[in-house]
Each structure stands twice: as C-alpha cells, then as structure tokens.
Write a protein that binds this ligand. Structure first.
Ligand code: PMP
Ligand code: GLN
Length: 392
C-alpha cells in the first residue's frame, strides 16, 4: 500500500510499494502473533506429495525443467481438468506451468494487454491484479461486490465494459469475499464476454475449497468460452504447499503462447523438483479433495462462531481460506488498517485490512472490513479467538 512517493520506483508501480502480506506476516513474526493474515496453512500437505519432492531432489531432478513445465505435470494438469471440470487440454500446446498462479496471471496480463486496454474485474480484488495490470500499462475497471452477501450485479459489470475492454479477469472462488460464482452468474458473464469479444482470465486457485455442498465451476465449461479463456490455478492451496510456487494456466494454444512469451522472460522456469510432486498430488483419489474441503469447512465454522462471539459482524464464505468481518462493533471508527496494525500489540493476532483489495477511489467500501484466514490448525484458531475475545 502507498506510503508516499517512492523515489526510484517506476510511476507504474507508485502505490504498490510493498504488499500487505509481507507487511502483516513480518508483524506477526516480530510480535510472535497468530497469523490469520496471509493465506497459508500452518500444517503440511499430503505425505505422498512431500515424499515425491524429496525423491525428485534425491534423483537429481535439480536443473532447469522444460520451459512449459515437466511433461508428467502437464499431463497430470490435463487429467485433473478433465476429471473435475470436464475440460480437455492438449498438454503440449494448451498448458503452461508457471511460478505459482501469480506468474500465470502476470504472464497472461503482460503477454496479452496493450497500453490503454481496460480490464474488467470483481472488487475487492487480489492485490497482484492491479499491480500487473498497471505494469502492462492497462486500466482496471472494477465491479464492486458488497457485504453482507457480496452478490454480483450483472448491470454493474455491463456498465464496466467499454469499447476499450480487452480482458475480463475473474476469480472464483473469490479472495477475499469467499463468493463462489454459480452457473447462472457465470452464464451472464460468459454472454457479455462473447458479445464484447473479450478474453477471460479465470483465477481458480481455490477451485477445491468450496463448502456446504457448493461446487466450483469454471467459466471455460460454458459454450463458446473455452476458446477465449485462460484458466489459472496452482498447487499451493490444494496441497498445502504455498511455498513451492507451482502454478499453471490452460487455454487455447494462441492464448497460452502469448502468456508463455511474457513468462519466459519473467522466470523462464521454476520449482523443478516440485513439479513432479504436484503431478502426484493432482492424481490423488477424489477422497483427498473431498476431505480437504470438509476439513476446511470445520475450520471455517470454528473461526466464524469464534469471531461472532468476539463481537464482530461476520460474513460467511462459500469458498476459499477467508472470512471477512465488519470491525465497527469493536472499533467504532471503522479504520481496518489501523485496527490490523494495532491488533498484534493489543492481543497477538494478525488479520488483513480489506481496504487494500479496493481501488483507491473506493477505499471507503472496504475501510471497515478485515479478513481472517482459517487455513490454520484448530488450536491456532481457538487461541486466536480467545485472544480476540479479550478485546471487547
Ligand atoms: N490468486 C488468488 C486469488 C490468490 O489468493 C493467490 C494467493 N495464493 C494467488 C492467486 C497466488 O497464488 P500462488 O501462490 O500460486 O502464486
Ligand atoms: N493468497 C494469499 C492471501 O491472499 C497469500 C498471497 C501472498 O502472500 N502474496 O493471503
């Protein structure tokens, strides 16, 4: 977030000096707080996946992998897309492995956008979107989702699309609101994308993290969409391996080629021995994916009831790692940023102020909202709740 002008920083990145995740995780470490800020689990992923990475290192797979990703990972991504979402991709030409979903998004945006192009997206938005759109010299056109339901309003999306709109950047399940777009909503978005001949970049990193029987759908499943959509995901959330940064994108070969052209000059390649390990994860039986979501649903419910008991107004998510609260019952000035900065000192808990997920012109929309992550051990959640209750 902006802390005044940074002297050597390009004008394109003014205001994007350091991410909130770095700031809040550093604060958590410095104060020994429970980190319900940055979305990473405080527990490990499946043993088979961890062992596969160790085997890959031991068997000498420690040099540059191929530019598009190791063949067994590309094959496993293709199998996974077909198994779960009924989408078929050619592993040789329609799948690109990246340094996390972050690089998939950066590669796609930098590879596709011209200066002055517009990108329509849902706000609040994950923080790298705006920065990458700015790096590409393009313009963000946000459509704001509002609590308590964060319902998507098709008319607002229609109004955000102009003759300069080139890309529609979707995120479902949605960080930070936890909204999971249903097929009907996706159809409305798809109709607009087709009518205005837009490219869709669909960030689906939380594809397996949906609750209460709700199922994720990719917009690429809809008629006329596969050919204009880049689906982005990564292994971080699905296998509790956020530090491995194995991500990917899938789409028609020309779109993948555009993203690859930019990606090859960002990292070229990354995460060599972790790529075959994520391939093992993607091939785990269905039960793994079901249990992952069921476990997180229990954690979500535990954190939500604790936050309610602590006095917050709580907005329940249908997916992702995150619960948003309105802090005003506890902090009448409604300054979420100040609240998050003081929280570690006051009670040893870290959260993320949602204001950082809004365009500067609409900071008032997110000023009083704070995001807490529930991808943590139940002991961590319970201890955080005990500490938060001491605030009121
Ligand atoms: N998109 C969203 C919506 C996210 O929450 C995150 C955070 N993990 C990312 C992309 C980045 O994913 P990765 O860590 O795989 O780069
Ligand atoms: N996606 C995670 C979150 O929203 C963390 C991302 C990051 O640290 N850049 O918390």
């Amino acid at each position: 977030m902006a802390n005044g002008a940074a002297p050597f920083l390009t004008s394109k990145l003014q205001g994007f000096g350091s991410t909130i995740f770095a700031e809040m995780t550093a604060l958590a470490t410095a104060t020994g707080s429970i980190n319900l800020g940055q979305g990473f689990p405080d527990y490990d992923g499946p043993q088979e996946v961890l062992e596969a990475a160790i085997d890959a290192i031991r068997s000498g797979r420690n040099q540059y992998p191929p530019g598009s990703g190791v063949p067994e990972l590309r094959a496993a991504i293709a199998e996974h897309q077909e198994r779960f979402w009924g989408l078929r991709y050619d592993p040789d030409t329609e799948i690109l492995v990246t340094a996390g979903a972050t690089e998939a998004l950066a590669g796609a945006l930098l590879g596709i956008l011209e200066t002055g192009d517009e990108v329509a997206l849902l706000e609040p938005m994950y923080d790298s979107y705006q920065a990458c759109i700015a790096l590409a010299g393009a313009i963000t056109r946000p459509v704001t989702l509002r609590p308590p339901t964060y319902a998507f309003d098709p008319d607002e999306l229609r109004a955000a699309i102009t003759p300069r709109t080139r890309v529609l950047l979707l995120n479902t399940p949605h960080n930070p609101t936890g909204v999971v777009l249903d097929l009907e909503q996706l159809r409305v978005i798809a109709d607009l994308a087709i009518r205005h001949d837009l490219i869709v970049i669909s960030d689906e990193v939380y594809e397996h993290l949906t609750y209460d029987g709700i199922r994720h759908h990719s917009i690429a499943e809809l008629p006329g969409m596969r050919e204009r959509t880049l689906v982005v995901s990564s292994g971080g959330k699905t296998f509790n391996t956020t530090g491995w940064k194995v991500g990917w994108l899938c789409g028609p070969s020309e779109l993948v080629a555009a993203a690859r052209a930019a990606k090859q000059f960002l990292t070229y390649v990354s995460s060599g021995p972790f790529q075959p390990a994520i391939a093992v994860g993607l091939r785990l039986p269905d039960a793994y994916f079901t249990e992952l979501a069921a476990d997180l649903q229990t954690k979500r419910d535990r954190l939500m009831s604790g936050l309610r008991e602590a006095g917050f107004e709580v907005f329940g998510p249908a997916g992702t790692y995150f619960v948003t609260v309105d802090i005003r019952p506890l902090a009448p000035d409604g300054d979420g940023y100040a609240f998050c900065r003081s929280l570690p000192e006051r009670c040893g808990v870290v959260g993320i102020p949602n204001v950082v997920f809004y365009d500067r012109a609409r900071h008032h929309e997110g000023r009083h909202l704070v995001r807490f992550a529930f991808c943590k051990r139940l002991e961590s959640i319970d201890e955080a709740v005990t500490r938060l209750k001491a605030l009121s």
